[in-house]
Design a protein around this ligand. Structure first.
Ligand SMILES: C[S@@+](CC[C@H](N)C(=O)[O-])C[C@H]1O[C@@H](n2cnc3c(N)ncnc32)[C@H](O)[C@@H]1O
Length: 199
């Protein structure tokens, strides 16, 4: 694999500032929205995901985040140099992400919709579906003007039991040479290519 690029001090400072803003937003969101009831947005450890994004960066690579929440990870990817987009089902979070992107001068784009392609149907092998966790909506790829196999690096943070669904999505709709990054609360960020773990 090509060695990861060096991140200069100014870029590192920008990445850290985005993470700090993300944690600040999360604190408020947790205290207000999540206190009132369940919400599917829970952030990954941004700093760990950022390391994985740097490790897999090659100029020209396109990045997609499934369920981009407040947008932090897609914005980090854009600052690293990816052509970065996020799809998120909650319209208010999409607005937050766009605001954060503007604040940090990021070219990251956000689409309101579902990361599930319109033809995708859950079946038993994808696990038991909990619609509170992965919800339904108009497929975001339409507005994006791109399909899953247009992306080189795809990132998701599956809820417990939903990893099989995300791996199936890549097998069925992604490119075989694309990297799938899956965040796991315990194992951290794991990388897959052609549905096999890669280091
Ligand atoms: C566990 S959070 C992960 C947030 C962010 N990706 C991260 O790693 O920090 C899952 C996010 O997916 C969103 N979501 C749930 N179902 C979705 C769907 N079908 N399409 C797009 N986003 C969805 C939720 O609203 C939530 O923001």
């Amino acid at each position: 694999m090509t060695p990861p690029p060096e991140i200069d001090a100014a870029t590192q400072a920008r990445l850290e500032a985005v993470c700090a803003a993300g944690w600040e937003f999360w604190e408020t969101f947790d205290r207000t929205v999540r206190e009132r009831g369940f919400h599917a947005f829970i952030p990954a450890e941004y700093e760990q995901v950022c390391e994985a994004l740097v490790a897999h960066f090659v100029p020209g690579r396109r990045f997609l985040e499934w369920g981009s929440g407040s947008g932090v990870i897609t914005i980090l990817a854009g600052i690293i140099g990816y052509d970065a987009v996020g799809i998120e089902l909650d319209g208010a979070l999409v607005e937050t992400a766009r605001g954060l992107a503007r604040r940090f001068g990021s070219s990251a784009r956000f689409v309101h919709g579902s990361f599930l392609p319109s033809g995708f149907r859950w079946h038993a092998a994808h696990g038991v579906r909990n619609p509170e966790q992965t919800g339904d909506g108009r497929s975001g790829y339409i507005e994006l003007g791109a399909a899953l196999d247009d992306f080189d690096v795809v990132y998701g943070y599956p809820w417990k039991g939903e990893e099989a669904m995300m791996r199936a999505l890549m097998r069925e709709y992604g490119r075989r040479d694309a990297v799938l990054l899956l965040n796991d609360t315990i194992a951290g960020v794991r990388s897959f290519m052609d549905d096999r773990p890669v280091s």
